[in-house]
Design a protein around this ligand. Structure first.
Ligand code: PMT
Length: 405
């Protein structure tokens, strides 16, 4: 619990029936040692009174942009700067839509835009509203900007419908927040390099050879490592994703650029996690002008790219190396071969032909093989959850080995 003691949590409460659960959440966080500063939207005040939160949190409750609080002068800036974490629970569909669009028309949405603290959003709404593609798009867009979306629970909703959309119990929400503060310390002082997304190998100034990697897996790992307090450098091929909070992002295009960027940092890092889909081949001689479509058939000579991870494995000086294996068959056997050949500490293998796994999905199904031969298989899970597991394994190596972490 030491991690959360004295931390300032700004708790945004929006107007849903589940607002009453935020009262218990406030109480639990306060008991764990946090300072909880509540911001209520106008609609939230229809469900629970400001007085309740003031009494439970021990702090004045912020309700609008124009009210004068004794503790703060310009509330949205003061709270945004004060926050170690901003949590919105419950978050209505309307709030989520506004946040995703960058609208700042009340104290809560303005605080959200003004803060540099990590943000957790706990959606709570009717199942149809939750499943509506617009809400899903908005949540996806928040995730892209580094917001951690807490998974809603399933069950009987206040409107009588049964399904997904319930605000999880306050104990579950509090545990996730405690876990966040607990893990912020666990990689403090460590430097971790993560690679993500696919590389692009130029054919000419307009064309390239690429692959389907979105970067979601690698960005999730980088975000989780930063949340555990590590200094994280993310070397990424082209991706639509934004840099996660607290992560230094270096964008590259080709395998050669990725190799240079990784080697520049290798000596100084404690661990490398290579989730990038690096092109195995590049065009032998990329053209400097656009190639004209004069021929019916076109043979493009390719040459092998250096295997970055293999090279790192050959020059290990105590760094922990975690590689990925994207396979379409014989997953265990091929992944084991890569682990050994590349001198890795762990390999994370995924069958990229499986539904919901591999490229450009929010979920993945992985198996992990350690250098001592243990194999762990995991069910289909969100990439953010798998990132958590991968980093747990990385930390555990510290206890067993003389590796740097
Ligand atoms: O980005 P997403 O859309 O979320 O998709 C995630 C993912 C499917 C890309 C990811 O889970 C994954 O499997 N990444 C590894 C893809 C890959 O290139 O696998 P591979 O089996 O070809 O390579 C084995 C390992 O060697 C990888 O760690 C790779 O980064 C590395 N490698 C490969 C070739 C090369 N020239 N240099 C390398 O360092």
């Amino acid at each position: 619990m030491a991690g959360i003691a004295g931390k300032n949590i700004v708790l945004g409460v929006t107007g849903g029936i589940a607002a009453y659960k935020a009262v218990e959440l406030t109480s639990r966080l306060k008991k764990a040692g946090a300072e909880v500063h509540v911001i209520m939207t106008r609609a939230a005040q229809k469900f629970v009174t400001e007085l309740t939160f003031r009494e439970i949190s021990g702090h004045a409750v912020a309700t609008d942009m124009w009210g004068k609080l004794q503790e703060f002068h310009v509330e949205h800036i003061a709270l945004a700067q004060l926050a170690d974490l901003v949590v919105i629970a419950p978050a209505t569909a309307n709030f989520i839509a506004k946040a995703a669009a960058g609208i700042a028309d009340d104290l809560l949405t303005t605080t959200l835009l003004a803060t540099k603290a990590p943000i957790f959003v706990a959606p709570a709404m009717n199942t149809n509203m939750y499943e509506n593609p617009l809400t899903q798009r908005n949540l996806e867009s928040l995730r892209r900007f580094g917001v951690h979306v807490m998974e809603p629970a399933e069950g009987q909703l206040a409107c009588g419908v049964s399904g997904k959309g319930r605000l999880p119990e306050p104990s579950a929400l509090a545990n996730e927040i405690l876990h966040f503060f607990g893990r912020t310390q666990s990689l403090k002082g460590r430097r971790i390099l993560v690679t993500a997304a696919g590389t692009r190998e130029p054919i000419d100034p307009v064309r390239y050879i690429g692959n389907r990697s979105s970067g979601k897996m690698g960005y999730a790992i980088a975000a989780e490592a930063a949340m555990r307090g590590a200094e994280v450098l993310l070397v990424s091929g082209p991706s639509a994703l934004q840099a996660p909070a607290g992560v230094k992002l270096l964008r590259v295009e080709s395998a050669a650029e990725m190799r240079d960027a990784v080697w520049k940092e290798y000596e100084a890092v404690d661990a490398v996690i290579m989730s990038a889909a690096v092109a195995d081949y590049r065009v032998k001689a990329a053209a400097s002008e656009k190639i004209k479509k004069t021929q019916d058939e076109w043979m493009l000579p390719l040459v092998k790219n250096p295997d970055i991870l293999y090279e790192l494995g050959q020059h290990k000086k105590g760094q922990i190396l975690i590689g990925f294996a994207a396979e379409t068959q014989n997953v265990l056997e091929y992944a084991r071969g890569k682990l050994e050949k590349k001198n890795l500490d762990y390999i994370v293998a995924n069958d990229v032909t499986e539904d919901g796994a591999g490229f450009n999905t929010d979920t993945n199904r992985i198996l992990m093989i350690s250098r001592t031969g243990e194999v762990e298989r995991f069910p289909l899970m969100r990439k953010t959850e798998l990132a958590d597991i991968i980093l747990d394994r990385l930390e555990a190596l510290d206890d067993e080995t003389s590796c740097k972490i």
